[in-house]
Design a binder for this molecule. Structure first.
Ligand code: CO
Length: 460
């Protein structure tokens, strides 16, 4: 029998895409045991923005959240999203930090680490993949999907072969903007399956443009082994398409999904009122749920278009919207066609607006764009326009080789500096990732514990 499996995203990507990752642990705890028995390939529950948001807004220790999920889900494969050398942040970290983060993610309960690089520079994936293998985890080597004159099937296949050499346990196509069409998915999945037939192929997309259901169908037809979906109350729009719908359709077409339909219904029933509450309080906005074909026309993620709008609004320059929109693909081409994903999407968008408002291109550039031109983020898919690079960099030297090789080890040094502020190595890692936020979180935690201690003494 033909087989296709499902990764459930409600706890991570759906949560992140629809309600800015605001789902606290207590809200989903009661359903974890049911989810554990539903027959998913894996449950994406950690990494991406969850880490930052736990500390910054939810007053939760992300590591503790992971351990609690692990305890409630002994049978499931728990999955996280990892930004290669950027770990869970927005800049490159030294290798010792990348390795420690992978080590502790796995020690605290993660099975599968989906590792990507915003520029598809495999040198930025190597350390994380190597450490995942060393720790006995499953490294899923990931391609960020984008289209441009230099993003050909051959280039993607080349990348996949590189990943196989690094001993990844599966390949993932990550279409973060939902722009991959059914035909493109069919062609890419077929090419990848031809190149590395023994590696499971996972496809990840978003419903933003409305392609997603069709895209998954064609991907599965071409041999994709796993698709990413979200339980129906948290599906659609900027999230993934619905788990139940695809499970039903594919089963009817003769695929074995391994999913328990009764359990899926229970999970959907559980999340419905939670979704309704987020709609009622305005956290879940209708605009996140509608189909938006602008992203097809402009070949950029939906989030970027709304960012352009809000930037121009802040500067009282909404009349420049069309110009800024036209400038964005030009900046992307100048910069060597980076895939538009965090952090490159922000960098390109901001530069396009700046170019238009200044009336002269690249008169002003952000420190991030300067770092990008120096090579701090890695190798660009195509060369950066040499004249523009010269204008931006002047005499500043470019990075030679891999940027992380020039960074000093950071973990032991930070651990010493923190002293007893950090209770464990996980605390040190949280601090390295988000110093101010983690510090605030730890002092709040200390206060809570001290109060608790006082209270206990009085009671006794
Ligand atoms: Co996604």
């Amino acid at each position: 029998m033909k087989k296709v499996q499902f990764t459930e995203t409600v706890l991570r990507d759906a949560n992140q895409s629809l309600i800015a990752t605001r789902l606290p642990y207590e809200k989903f705890e009661p359903i974890l045991e049911t989810m554990d028995k539903a027959g998913y390939y894996s449950i994406e529950c950690w990494g991406g923005a969850t880490f930052d948001v736990c500390l910054r807004y939810l007053n939760e220790d992300p590591w503790e959240r992971l351990r609690k999920i692990r305890a409630k889900m002994p049978n499931s494969k728990l999955q996280m999203l990892f930004r290669g050398q950027n770990v869970l942040g927005y800049k490159h970290y030294p290798d010792d930090v990348v390795r420690k983060f992978v080590e502790y993610s796995i020690k605290n309960g993660i099975d599968i680490i989906r590792i990507f690089d915003a520029l598809n520079d495999v040198r930025n994936l190597e350390v994380a993949i190597d450490e995942t293998n060393k720790q006995g985890g499953h490294a899923s080597g990931t391609i960020c999907y984008t289209t441009s004159p230099v993003h050909t099937l051959e280039k993607y296949v080349e990348m996949v072969k590189e990943l196989k050499k690094m001993d990844v346990k599966s390949i993932c196509i990550k279409d973060m903007a939902g722009i991959m069409t059914p035909q493109e998915a069919y062609d890419l999945c077929s090419a990848i399956k031809d190149a590395v037939p023994d590696l499971p192929l996972v496809v990840h997309t978003h419903s933003t443009t409305g392609f997603a259901f069709m895209t998954y169908m064609k991907a599965v037809e071409a041999g994709a082994d796993v698709i990413d979906t979200a339980i129906s109350p948290f599906s659609g729009g900027t999230s993934q398409p619905a788990t139940e719908t695809l499970a039903f359709a594919l089963k009817q077409m003769g695929y074995e999904t391994g999913l328990d339909e009764g359990k899926l219904t229970e999970i959907a029933d559980y999340f419905k009122p939670i979704r309704d509450n987020y709609v009622a309080d305005g956290t879940l906005m209708p605009k996140s749920l509608i189909t938006d074909t602008q992203c097809i026309t402009y070949q950029m993620p939906g989030g970027m278009i709304s960012n352009l709008l809000s930037q121009l609004k802040m500067m009282n320059a909404l009349d420049k919207f069309d110009e800024a929109l036209a400038e964005t693909p030009k900046v992307r081409a100048d910069m060597g066609y980076p895939p538009l994903v965090t952090p490159t999407s922000q960098m390109v968008g901001v530069q396009a607006v700046t170019n238009v408002l200044q009336g002269e291109r690249y008169k002003k550039v952000s420190s991030e764009i300067r770092a990008y031109c120096r090579g701090e983020y890695g190798r660009t898919p195509a060369p950066i326009d040499p004249d523009i690079k010269k204008k931006i960099l002047g005499d500043t030297p470019e990075v030679e080789g891999r940027y992380a090789d020039s960074l000093e080890p950071q973990f032991e040094k930070t651990k010493k500096e923190l002293g007893d502020k950090a209770k464990c190595d996980e605390d040190v890692l949280s601090y390295i990732a988000f110093p101010e936020v983690a510090e605030k979180f730890y002092s709040a935690r200390r206060e809570k514990e001290e109060n608790h201690a006082k209270y206990t003494i009085v009671k006794e």
